[in-house]
Write a protein that binds this ligand. Structure first.
Ligand code: NAD
Length: 418
C-alpha cells in the first residue's frame, strides 16, 4: 500500500505542476504546494478490554493553510499510511479552494481496523489520539471530520475530549457531529446531493435530458446511496445498477433507490437485493450502456486496464481519486465528460463549513437554508470551472486545479509567502 500511496502522491504533484505552469507561476509556488506544510505522526497506546496495551500509529497532515484553518477528514482503516494522509490533505486544499471556502487542506488517520475493536476500545483510542493531537487541531487551526471508518459518534468523542483538554466547549473543533450536539441538518446527505447537483449542471451543458436517464453507481454507502436517492429525487433519473464489496445488481427498469438504501442498512451490502434481475461484476457495471456513471467507493477503480469499457456520457467522481491520472486523460480524450472529485464530492466539506459557521455563531439554520446555500456554492463552482475549461481548452480536472491554485497563489503572494 505504501508504494501505491507514494504513486498517487506523485500523480497529484504532477497535476499541481501542470496547473502552476498553465498559470505561468514561477517555481516558488510549486515548491510550497508540492508537499504538506506540516505533518505529525503519533503513537497512541490504548488499554484493550483484555488488559493488554496496543500501540496504534496515527497521522495528521496540514497541506496548506494560507486561505484559513486546515480542514479534512479522519480515516480509520488498516491501509492508512503517512503518504496516503499527505496526499488526501493535498486534495482537500484544492477542493476547499475550488469551492471558495476559507479553508486549507488537512487529513488524518489511524492505521486500524475499527471493526476489530469494541466500542469502548474505539472510544479510548479516539480520546487518546485527540489528546496527542490537541495542539495540532482546534476550531481556529485544523477541523477534522468523518471519513472512511469514522462516524458521528467518533466526532462526538473528539468534540468532548478537546473541550476537556482546553477547558471550554468546542463544538467547532470537528464537523459531522450528531445534530443534537451541534451537527448541521443536511450534512449526512450533503456529499451525494452535491454529486447530483454537479451531474445536473454537466447534463445541462451537454444537452442531456436527465428525466428517465440511466445511472450506474459503484458503492452504496453514505455517498453512493445519497447520490442514488438524489438522482431519483432531483433529476428523475433511474438507478439501473449498483456494485459494492458484497456484489453487483442490475435491473433495466430501475432499482428503487430508497428500498435499496434500506436493504443495505439492514444487510450490509447490495448482494441479494430482491429488486435485482441479474448479478453483475464491477467491470460489467463499468461497461454498461448507461448515461451516467458514479464511482462512489474507493480510489483507483478506473485504470488503464478497464477505462476502455466505459460507455457512459458523464462520469462523476463521487469517491476521492477513483480514476487514475492516465485513465482520466484517455476518457476525456474519447469524449467522456468527467466531473473531477475536487468538484463532484465537495458538497460534504461545504456543509461541514456550514456546520462550523453555525457552531461559531451558535445560530442554527433550517434544512432549506443549508440545501439552498449548498446549491448556490456548487453551481457557482461548476460554472467557474466549466467556463475556464472552455476558455483554456483543458479538461475539467485541470480546470479545477487551475481555479483552485490561482486563488491560493494570490493569497500566498499577498501574504508574502512566495
Ligand atoms: P462508506 O464507507 O459509507 O461507503 C463505501 C462504499 O464502498 C460501500 O458501499 C462499500 O461496499 C463500497 N466498497 C468498499 N470496498 C469496495 C470494493 N472493493 N468494491 C466495490 N465497492 C466497495 O464511505 P463513503 O463515506 O460513502 O465514502 C465513499 C467515497 O467517497 C470515499 O472515497 C470517500 O473518501 C469519498 N468521500 C466521502 C465524503 C463523505 O461525506 N462521506 C465526502 C467526500 C468524499
Amino acid at each position: 500500500m505504501a508504494g501505491k500511496s507514494a504513486e498517487t502522491l506523485r500523480q497529484v504533484q504532477a497535476q499541481i505542476k501542470d496547473a502552476c505552469d498553465l498559470l505561468g507561476l514561477d517555481n516558488n509556488y510549486f515548491e510550497i504546494l508540492k508537499q504538506p506544510l506540516r505533518a505529525l505522526e503519533v503513537t497512541v497506546p490504548v488499554k484493550m478490554d483484555d488488559g493488554t496495551v496496543r500501540a496504534f500509529t496515527g497521522y495528521r497532515a496540514h497541506h496548506n493553510d494560507v486561505m484559513g484553518p486546515a480542514k479534512g477528514g479522519l480515516r480509520y482503516h488498516p491501509d492508512v499510511d503517512f503518504d496516503e494522509v499527505k496526499t488526501l490533505s493535498m486534495w482537500m486544499t484544492f477542493k476547499c479552494s475550488a469551492l471558495g471556502l476559507p479553508y486549507g487542506g488537512a487529513k488524518g488517520g489511524i492505521t486500524v481496523n475499527p471493526r476489530e475493536l469494541s466500542k469502548d476500545e474505539l472510544e479510548r483510542l479516539t480520546r487518546a489520539f485527540t489528546r496527542a493531537m490537541s495542539d495540532f487541531i482546534g476550531d481556529d487551526r485544523d477541523i477534522p471530520a468523518g471519513d472512511v471508518g469514522t462516524n458521528a459518534q467518533v466526532m462526538a468523542w473528539i468534540f468532548d475530549e478537546m473541550s476537556k483538554q482546553k477547558g471550554r466547549n468546542m463544538p467547532g473543533v470537528v464537523t459531522g457531529k450528531p445534530v443534537s450536539i451541534g451537527g448541521s441538518l443536511g450534512r449526512t446527505e450533503a456529499t451525494g446531493r452535491g454529486v447530483i447537483l454537479a451531474l445536473r449542471e454537466a447534463a445541462k451543458r451537454l444537452g442531456i435530458d436527465t428525466k428517465g436517464a440511466t445511472v450506474a453507481i459503484q458503492g452504496y454507502g453514505n455517498v453512493g446511496s445519497h447520490s442514488g436517492l438524489c438522482a431519483e429525487e432531483l433529476l428523475g433519473s433511474k438507478v439501473v445498477a449498483v456494485q459494492d464489496h458484497t456484489g453487483g445488481i442490475y435491473n433495466e427498469n430501475g432499482l428503487d433507490a430508497k428500498e435499496l438504501a434500506d436493504y443495505v442498512a439492514k444487510n450490509g451490502g447490495v448482494n441479494g437485493f430482491p429488486g435485482s434481475t441479474k448479478d453483475i461484476t464491477r467491470d460489467e457495471l463499468f461497461a454498461l450502456d448507461v448515461d451516467f456513471l458514479i464511482p462512489a467507493a474507493l480510489e483507483n477503480q478506473i485504470t488503464d486496464e478497464n477505462e476502455h469499457l466505459i460507455k457512459a456520457k458523464i462520469l462523476v467522481e463521487a469517491a476521492n481519486g477513483p480514476t487514475t491520472a492516465s485513465a482520466s486523460k484517455k476518457l476525456w480524450d474519447r469524449g467522456v465528460f468527467l466531473v473531477p472529485d475536487i468538484l463532484a464530492n465537495a458538497g460534504g466539506v461545504t456543509v461541514s463549513y456550514f456546520e462550523w459557521v453555525q457552531n461559531l455563531q451558535n445560530f442554527y439554520w433550517s434544512l432549506d437554508e443549508v440545501n439552498s446555500r449548498l446549491e448556490r456554492l456548487m453551481v457557482e463552482a461548476f460554472d467557474a470551472i466549466y467556463e475556464q475549461h472552455k476558455e483554456l481548452k483543458i479538461d475539467m480536472r485541470t480546470s479545477g486545479y487551475v481555479i483552485a491554485i490561482r486563488r491560493i497563489a494570490e493569497a500566498m503572494k499577498l501574504r508574502g509567502w512566495a
